[in-house]
Design a protein around this ligand. Sequence first.
Ligand code: GLA
Ligand code: GLA
Length: 706
Amino acid sequence: MPSAIWKNVCRLLCVSAAASVGVALPMLAQRAAQKPAAAPASAPATAPATLGLGTAWYPEQWPESRWETDLDLMQKAHIRWVRVGEFAWSRMEPSEGQYDFDWLEKAINEAGARGIYTVLGTPTAAPPAWLTQKYPETLRTNEDGRKAEHGNRQQFNWDNPKYRELARDIASRMAQRFGHNPYVIGWQIDNEYAAVSFDAQTKADFQQWLKGYYKTLDNLNARWTTAYWSQTYSNWNQIPIETVGGNGNPGLLLSWKRIVSDTWRNYQKNQLDVIRQYADPRQFITTNLMGWFDGFDHYTITQDLDLAAWDDYVGMGHLDAVRNGATDDLTRGFKRKNFWIMETQPGHVNWHTVNNDLDKGEVRAMAWHNIGHGADAIGYWQWRSALNGQEEYHGTLLGADGTPLPLYVEVQQLGHEMEKAAPALTGTSPKSQVAILHTYPSFWAINWQRHNKYYDPVEELLSYYGPLHAIAQSVDIVQPTAPLSQYKLVVAPGLNVLSDAAAKNLIAYVQQGGHLVLGQRAGMKDSDNALQTERQPGPLSDLLGGRVEAYYALEHPVPLEGDWGANTSQMWAERLQITKPGAEILERYGKSNGWLDGEPAAITRKVGKGRITYIGAWMDEAGMAKAAEWMTAISHIPPAFGPVPKGVEVNARYGADHTVFVLVNLSGVAQTIALPRHMRDVLRGEEASSVELTNYGVAVLSEPHK
Ligand code: GLA
Ligand code: GLA
């Protein structure tokens, strides 16, 4: 299970609950209005450089007398921003209507006086005990009907009107107070949206949503094929939220995910609108996402944000440049622009099976790897551990005694380097000629019915991403409805659910001269998660001049041979058929179950200046490498930089008049890399024709455009 998802599951299940009782609270109407404080006289007019090192800081956990020491140590580490406040509701509003923002303002201004800017978190992931006690309807209901309790976090009900009202109130008061504070550069709404509620109101809202979406019950019944198992609905209020184990009706499951996504979107908008109302437009609004976590459609919720950010935790083991790089590119694809690493691990986490540390040098290497992929900020979670609370063992930069841990020095070096490289990197971003397509409905649909337990759609995507990134040295990950004309090659692994809009966009892309590569299981379902009546790839079959005759979940790998050499198909094999002239066979299956023997596994067809290819096999690494070579060669895609030794990652960021290449050595040994041309070595401050990289070594190279 991807680490972020694992962590989230653990976090929700490992709850220690302690609900408090008693105390009568004043009415909401009596809430005192908050007087906005004057900006400090010494405030600088501009925010810091776009590339910045940061950390999560929790001043509410420490006496004010300690803040100065912390901020001095941050300043020495070249930390330029702190994220503050995202769990501090009980400190900001200790009892209903009694607000205290003075401490927060003091913390923000003291940081600001040292050139450390603040990202303010709204504290709605952790409502205070008085709140959920007085308004128990704001507590989430688990799918088994059990109510969440106070004592952990994410206990709130994201769909509850009362909770919305209270969340909006605290966000609004924060925005009124800090929306013009010159040291506040942006906002994080809530924290890692994840846990949803299955209460009666949510169910009624789901039914209402379905009515809006499907209009008539006849339509819903037809599109969900409810004649199956007598599921036919004669009243909207009969429709359940049936999601346990992914075993509900596939149309219902997909609709439920859509309303979950929409509900997160309007949960977020509830706070976002009020922040927008009071805050300076220069203050960005974001939230911290969790990589491949698929609890909701991230394209739905990020459309309202100014920038995307994610929390990048390796968890157990070490940096996997392919998986982590793809996650960066996924996040960059949400807004199709640079993003933030809002949180990352200072060495280790506390929530995995074995919470090993990253090696010496690896934390810095990981940061540069992320910057190469388009991160404009790297934030360490967290600065110093709370002395008690659920995360005592998590990695930090300071020890419990308040003095630096060994890793502090490495992060300090990173901060120094980020400052040095900021002028070269500001205004640059990755740009690719290769796109990989991703949709949440497709991932959900495959995960609900994997057919082969080991068929992980993230792994499928990565099997294409890895070799393509190694050759092109940059890949975008976007939705199939995104503008595609800038790409020479568009690859869609596992595009299982193909909406009409996506099909139209893809057909136009090929007709306009693009090369579309479809991976296994593409085009099988429509946007209700129903089977297409045309064989795969459904509405793209005509263009392909071919189709999937049958699919097979494999017990053992099946041999393959053809233009991409001998390799094997793992887990999955689709027997293809050519239906039109012009389509050619690229690979065939060898001897296996009889049904596949000698049958086509990959086919391609030229369409005018464009091309469409279908790969029905889940090829092994050697096969995927060859396939990627073929795809990039036939689509005329040059590497962004040039050849580098295996294990060295290159990424490019393009500016108006120069390109920056970020090289990170993850090969395990020292490497000498000859540069394709003379470049400026930004970190060493000299011209270079080659660079020496120790293991985990980094080079940042700048080259002016001709
Ligand atoms: C059982 C059920 C059928 C069908 C099959 C599938 O036999 O009776 O309705 O679900 O399993 O294998
Ligand atoms: C997430 C949360 C943080 C913290 C870290 C620990 O990213 O947002 O509050 O719990 O995990 O890894």
